[in-house]
Write a protein that binds this ligand. Sequence first.
Ligand code: SF4
Length: 341
Amino acid sequence: MSSPAWLSKKLDDGRIACEACNQHCTLTEGEYGICGIRQVINGELLLLTYGIAAAVNVDPIEKKPMFHFLPKSKVFSFGTVGCNFSCQFCQNADISQYPKEHHHEIIGSKLSPRRAVELALEYECSSIAYTYNEPVVFFEYTYDTAKLAHEAGLKNIYVTSGYETHKAIDTIAPFLDGMNIDIKGYSQSFYKDICGASLKPVLDTIEYAHKKGIWIETTTLLIPGYNDSDEEIRSIARFQANLDPYMPWHISAFHPMYKMVNIPRTPPETLRRAYEIGKEEGLKYLYVGNIDDNARESTYCPSCTKLLINRHGNIGQYVTNDLVNLNSCPYCGTVIAGVWK
Ligand code: SF4
């Protein structure tokens, strides 16, 4: 199924500029964008994966990961094939890189925006996540779904690499409640050589979406020898602390994947080191991921330091339910940043 990729404009020279992401593809008849799923046909840019989901699941919200967003709720999660990045460590390369590696073939099952919302309600989810591959590449599909989801009382989340244009954010913002944005590293060479993208637009997206009032959590996958030096970790933490020290930062362990199967797993000490650096830089909510570390997966009040949400793996347990109702620490009254209802 395909649909007009309306987040685009015709240029004077006849090409079509896609306005969804910061790869800024300008395409002529028959050409595909870098994502492999937007193509010019008969003078119009089309989204080839509209209504075709390549992965669908009902997940705990903590798995996105979103730790300050309706904790313990279920999230209806889906994605399509295609991606604007080409990360050599991608954990979903079987779908994200599929069109580029299979002559632009589109695979998946039919899932209309309306059916996605119906299923989310049937499975008693509180939100829909556009995830598994980069949501902005199937922007128009996410937009139509997110609009219906809001009408049905569901929230919407992008799990994203942070390459949205301002226009994309402006357009989806009325319906987008949360984003988990990757900060994959803090060097242009890492972004360019390992991910096929650039660092600066990602930092800009985080700042811009934050300014728009969208709830943001960030994630960094630490890869041994690539982005795990003290300097690089500190730069990420400092950027985020300067922007908003109450924005949660998830520091995750790498597992050998895709084109990086010869790189070892991230040692737990590296995650603990990053956690300490984040604290030194002033971040209030730090979480390690992909390893079992109950103490560093749990949420504490930034003022009185009492335990508020006790987590094991991706499952959260309230120490007290008051947080949901009060939006604040039940022990000392400090407001806890996040989306709680
Ligand atoms: S969404 Fe795809 S076609 Fe559009 S600019 Fe990004 S990579 Fe290019």
